[in-house]
Ligand binder design. Sequence first.
Ligand SMILES: [Zn+2]
Length: 270
Amino acid sequence: MAVYKTNALVLRRIPLSETDKILTLFTREYGKLSAVAKGSRRTTSRLSGATEPLMLLRALLAEGMNLDVVTQAEIRESFPLVRGDFGLFLRATYACELLDRLTVERDPAPEAFDLLLSTLYVLQRAVDPDAALHAYELQLMAQVGYEPRLDACVRCERDLISGDLSPGGFSPTRGGVLCLDCAAQAREEVLPFTLLALHTVIGLANQEDARALAATEIPIEARDAINRALRAHLRLRLERDVKSTAFLDALRIGAMDDLLSAPMDSQARD
Ligand SMILES: [Zn+2]
């Protein structure tokens, strides 16, 4: 039986039996793959802690008939600051779910692996976790070809970043920003989107420096418009909402403030 070693992020895990789990791993070399972690639901198992979501592993896998099998896993990073903060944990879970939804199995995407990993590190020290998360969404969408049109009106193609024209709104259906004229004539849903929102989003889409991103704050006046536009844009491209976004919404409107200070139980079982 062939064995191979790889760096892998645990995107999610589901129970397979009383004792086993199926993991969805994202590896740098092979892309997304599912693998069985035998015995990992036993608290005494050496694999128990390593096979939780958000763990970065150095894993040894054996090729199986249907699913590969995790035979050894060494934790390289467990992201304790993300795990210990409910708001950050939700954002990280959403980031994993989005990557899961936007990729297919066994299609190597090392740049997507690097992006998620760097986002988890940035989340640990971000002054504004939503800036880190929106940068991740925008850059991941660009990698898979779903990015919104931001440089010009998505309807008439006129340039919107030279400063002569102001954006009139964001069209999720068309997948980008509209100029004032086109927004006024549009028959589809147009969401509010200001020049400040546009410049902020362009900045996030192009910010590849982790230190700068961790220090970036989304201006309060643009925050709501950016949340709504990116959500609606992604929802249409994914055709249904990513599950964890409902929790993120509740978090952003403050409905879950009381939970924010409660540490997550990282050993929580299904
Ligand atoms: Zn236009």
